[in-house]
Design a protein around this ligand. Structure first.
Ligand code: GLA
Length: 349
């Protein structure tokens, strides 16, 4: 892997954000230390034609104003916390309600809106780009100083690997993910993309898009992607869960042992033949079909991000975990290390 650092623009506090170019195999990935964000992934189709397959912006300033979490690292807790409230060690913590009644993606200024420290590191498997951020005690209402480390590595097999680590000095809650929107065609909507998910169960939600509890079988529902199916085939069906979310916006339970790498998804775009495979150690994955995109966001080279112009596969612990003792826990204790990893592998065929 090769790494190059370029200037990306000045932020409102006068600090300078960088753009890091990583290249290996057939692909090039650009990352910025603002929000530990994936800015672009340029990869070939079956005819060798290159395209950028993630949504994002051309300047640091646009990331500062971003409202769709394009490509960023999300924390301290990804997805929704019901009523922005949870109890830990008998104490009630109140967080910002920045999405209706819920706390979403870390709050008003989540990990996607801070400048991380980036540097090249030489690990056993070669060169990587490491980003660290110290989230102070009480930031966005969360307890404990949390030191977060995210390591991005690009391999010759076109796999972008993201390793997440965190440590705290007080008991806290942590759930990190990456919020990249993919469009393997490079433009247009994502309804023709064929999706396979390694999930027999998903979490049904209420009208606030917060899980209502127990896992539900996908069997005989339009939520079932155990056989590769076009995302658009059933998205407008008269099925309550799809109507509540305006499409797919649900946490899928990834089959197999949590903590070990499992294949979570395969996505293929039929015209270009581009393929994305997702592997993760996490227990769940939010499949979001870009339902809230509405053409109001302008991205790279003036692209207009229309409804369903990108999809997200946010590998994560279940949403609203702090309020569901039956979900896999996201509590982190002093002296313990939070560790998760996800691989996005880009191919064609
Ligand atoms: C996640 C959520 C969606 C939406 C997007 C950001 O994917 O599940 O409901 O909030 O982030 O717009």
């Amino acid at each position: 892997m090769k790494i190059e650092q370029l200037e990306f623009g000045r932020l409102s506090d006068g600090k300078e954000a960088s753009l890091w170019h990583l290249s290996a195999g057939d692909i090039e990935v650009k990352l910025t230390d603002f929000g530990a964000t994936i800015v672009s992934v340029i990869c070939p189709d079956t005819a060798g034609i290159m395209a950028d397959v993630v949504l994002g912006y051309d300047t640091a300033e646009e990331y500062l104003n971003d409202s769709i979490y394009a490509g960023s690292t999300i924390g301290r807790v990804a997805n929704r916390i019901d009523k922005g409230r949870f109890t830990l060690n008998g104490r009630v913590y109140e967080l910002a309600r920045n999405a209706g009644d819920s706390h979403l993606h870390g709050g008003l200024k989540g990990f996607n809106k801070v400048l991380w420290k980036a540097r090249e590191v030489e690990l056993e498997n070669g060169l990587s780009l490491e980003m660290t951020y110290l989230s102070p005690d009480n930031e966005e209402g969360y307890p404990g100083n949390l030191l977060v480390r995210v390591v991005f590595s690009l391999k010759n097999d076109n796999a972008l690997r993201i390793d997440y680590f965190a440590q705290t000095d007080k008991k806290t809650v942590v759930n990190l993910t990456n919020h990249s929107y993919f469009n393997l065609a490079g433009s247009g909507d994502i309804l023709d993309h064929e999706l396979w998910l390694n999930s027999e169960y998903f979490l049904p939600v209420n009208k606030s898009l917060v899980p209502i509890g127990a896992e539900l079988s996908v069997k005989n529902t339009p939520m079932d992607f155990q056989i590769q199916t076009r995302i658009g085939d059933r998205i407008n069906e008269n099925y309550q869960q799809l109507m509540l979310a305006g499409g797919y916006d649900h946490n899928y339970v990834i089959s197999g042992d949590t903590g070990k790498f499992r294949k979570a998804a395969i996505v293929r775009e039929p015209k270009s033949g581009r393929v994305l495979e997702v592997f993760t150690t996490q227990p769940g994955m939010q499949f979001y079909s870009g339902n809230f995109l509405d053409g109001s966001v302008k991205g790279k080279s003036g692209a207009v991000y229309q409804k369903r112009g990108g999809f997200c596969l946010e590998t994560q612990h279940y949403p609203d975990s702090p309020n569901h003792p039956d979900f896999p826990t996201i509590e982190l204790y002093p002296g313990r290390i939070y560790r998760e990893a996800t691989i996005f592998k880009f191919g064609r065929g």
